[in-house]
Unconditional design. Structure first.
Length: 126
C-alpha cells in the first residue's frame, strides 16, 4: 500500500481509532460498503491535500458516502475526539490557527453582494 494514501497502519487503526468510531455510531439500514479504515484514510487525504471531495482517489471508494460519514461524524464531534486521542498518544501534533476575516485583505470584488447595482426605482409620482 502507498504510504501517502494510507498513512496509518491497519493494525494501529484497529487498536486505537476503530473503537472510537464504532462506539459513536448507531448503525441503521444497509451495512456499510466502505471500511472505517478507508474512510479515515480518505479524510486524512482530503485534509492533507485540500482537494475537492469529488477528486478523491478511487482506491478509497466512492466519494459521496465518505463525505457523508465525515459530515455526520463532524456534527457529533467524533473527529475532534479521534484527533485528541492521537495527540495524547503522540502520533499527531496539532497546531490550530484561528483567522479573523476582519484582518484579511481581499479583492475589492470579493466583499459585496452578487450582481451589480439593482434596477433604478423612481420615486416620482406617475
Amino acid at each position: 500500500m502507498d504510504k501517502r494514501l494510507f498513512p496509518i497502519p491497519q493494525e494501529y487503526f484497529d487498536h486505537t481509532i476503530k473503537p472510537l468510531i464504532e462506539g459513536e455510531y448507531i448503525w441503521k439500514g444497509r451495512p456499510q460498503t466502505i471500511s472505517h479504515y478507508h474512510v479515515f484514510c480518505a479524510i486524512l487525504y482530503i485534509l492533507r491535500t485540500g482537494c475537492p471531495w469529488r477528486d478523491l482517489p478511487s482506491c478509497y471508494g466512492k466519494w459521496h458516502p465518505i463525505y457523508l460519514r465525515f459530515k455526520r461524524g463532524g456534527e457529533k464531534g467524533l473527529w475532534w475526539r479521534v484527533l485528541m486521542k492521537l495527540q495524547q498518544g503522540k502520533k499527531v501534533t496539532m497546531n490550530i490557527v484561528l483567522a479573523d476575516s476582519t484582518t484579511m485583505k481581499i479583492h475589492r470584488h470579493g466583499g459585496g453582494a452578487k450582481g451589480g447595482p439593482g434596477p433604478e426605482v423612481s420615486t416620482a409620482p406617475a
